[in-house]
Design a protein around this ligand. Sequence first.
Ligand code: ADP
Length: 773
Amino acid sequence: MTTQRLDREQDNTTSEQAPQGPAGSSERGGPRIGVLTSGGDAQGMNAAVRAVVRGAIHLGARPFAIYEGYQGAVDGGPGIREMTWDDVGNIMHRGGTIIGTARCAAFREREGRRTAAKNLLERGIDRLVVIGGDGSLTGTDLFRREWPDLLRELHERGEISAETMAAHPTLMVAGIVGSIDNDLVGTDMTIGTDSALHRIIEALDAISSTAASHQRTFIVEVMGRHCGYLPLSAAIAGGADAVFVPEDPPRDGWEERLCDKLAAARAAGRRDSIVLVAEGALDRQGERIDVDRLHDVIERGLGEDARITILGHVQRGGTPSAYDRWMSTLLGIAAVQDVLAATADSPAHIIGVRRNRLARLPLVQSIENTRAVAGYIKEGEYDKAIEARGESFGKAIGLFGALTRAVGSPASGSKRVAILHCGGLAPGMNAASSAAVRLGLQAGLTPLGVSGGFPGLLKGAVGELDWADVEGWMGEGGAELGTRRRLPTQEELYGVARSIEAHNIDALLIVGGFNAYRSGHLLATERTRYPAFNIPILCVPASIDNNLPGSELSIGADTALNNAVWALDRVKQSASASRRCFVAEVMGRRCGFLAFMSGLASGAERVYLNEEGVTLASLVDEIEEMKAVFDAGRRLYLVVRNEEASEHYTTNVLARLFEEEGGDSFDVREAHIGHLQQGGSPSPFDRLLATRLVSFAVDQLVEQFERGRRDAAFVGLVEGRMSVGNLAHLPEVADLTKRRPVDQWWMQFRPAIEMMARPGDGHDPRRLPMLDV
Ligand code: ADP
């Protein structure tokens, strides 16, 4: 690195250095962009900073880091420093923010902001990407509105020239919300929320094992001053008994109802009890409901000495989750593209996430809407507060209630729904089947568990499941009911039909992968020969490959992605002392989702996907690039290859080819991430996804029974909403040979790998697609 070297320690394990010598040198022209992180830190901010810096260089602009939030802008000097490509190498796996964050009192004063403007102008910066919470973004908006006046004042005071004032008439800004609370109205997820949920669920899993051993009650305080997203999501995914959130204060008499609920759950077979409370939880009189108050309520009502845990800053810490790396990367690139496209009269935007897509929101309006929620809560307008949090928040409140209400045996004559798994193992299958049992009972159905997939159904391994049978399944990896890849053969169909009749099965809920869909489709097409198949057949997507049509995400894919990223982090660290190319193979069959997303989240230089194949010409280019970068001092180069990217250019062939051609400049290792991708307990997102999908599926079944319908269908999550598709259309929506959807939403982000791996010539015309909200 020959350009300005930062006085922080460089981690030289990076595979993330500029391929062709130093980039971003001070001789380059182009617009200048400042990037800062401000307010509370959040895991994933580093990925966003990296994306802003590299995205800027890739697009021919000059990025400057503003250190310690607005403090760096107020201080000037070393508080604002130009960033090179290599300055943001190997930072994505770190929690916190490498450019520091702070709460800057001086920036709240006009004088502080005037000084900040002067310091930015000294470096020619009139574009900002601000990563922070609603406070930071409010400050940004104010700064932007005052900018022309601040410049006039600076000119009058003789601190800037008339030319400088004329050259920078507006401050162009883009905000990215970094907040573990997920509290910004209008964006579905903010940076850090998913990682914080990981931390909470890790803690709750640990607490529930000790609580279950002693049959104890734990009261756990979770962050969330005005926003209940974290506690509510954690309560569903962590299998809690009760939750208190700011937007939904309990009605009077809650103390007694809480104790009754805990007692009923114990009587129904629960061994542990967990009560979650948000830091900002209130009752209807506006009085705090805190851990001590809950402790007293439980002691008085149940005579139990409940244990208290306050999770505190643990929730902000640790390595960012896969989602907080890939999504923050996309947000950072989109923010740079937005701020570079801005003109003097463009409004300020927040770049956020809406319905699983990048979205551009008006900054001022979004902040106003967010601020309004605290007011609704204060005024007792709880319905408005819940509505402002979005449709799925209100639904999650209802869902949590339904999951936690202990239900006795179903009424005789109720519809019998058989739950079975088919396809490869996906973490979260247990979450799905336990939700199916509890929500099914709640809906007046009789849940049946089929052990061992279709072979189990054939053998008659079918039994009723009650509320307590699925206790503790939510967080368990593997599949308690077992799963088999096999579809029934033509000869076995008769036996399957007999078994359905013998067990009086009224509907099939098949939770699984591609073979689940194919078996559902097969049974539906054989209805004329086997009338037993004339029942509702509903498939729920569960596959680590994320290769199912009708759902942008399938249960298990997020867990597998986190596992792959965890492994790739370690693979990268293992090469710290050598010049090494790693060719890492990840799962996914012929679907590139896992390879693409794990490559994006771990900073791979290249990903090879079955969707695009591998050509000899591309390998030759790759080798040339590797030689150049290793000769220029690079230590690591990461290639992520989907396991079926190419039939002949296998991982081993790639590694041997690179080794042979690399000569003395570098060595090559293969890393097969393998089955660890399928293991472990499901991620919070997969638990929530499983619960939401199954809840929707149960509603579908109830509706089918009420209307006397017998649809064969699949449920899924499409653009953030639950949707249902007809299994008869399977051949049109899926490529049955390649076993993946015809349309894959994530392919629109394909250029992001390239943009983060190579500076390019500064003229990349590709833009990541964004919704305007
Ligand atoms: P968050 O961004 O996480 O909500 P804060 O509300 O503490 O955190 O804001 C972080 C920083 O952003 C403040 O310390 C200050 O520098 C700046 N800031 C926040 N609100 C304003 C405001 N109204 N005017 C000017 N600057 C502000």
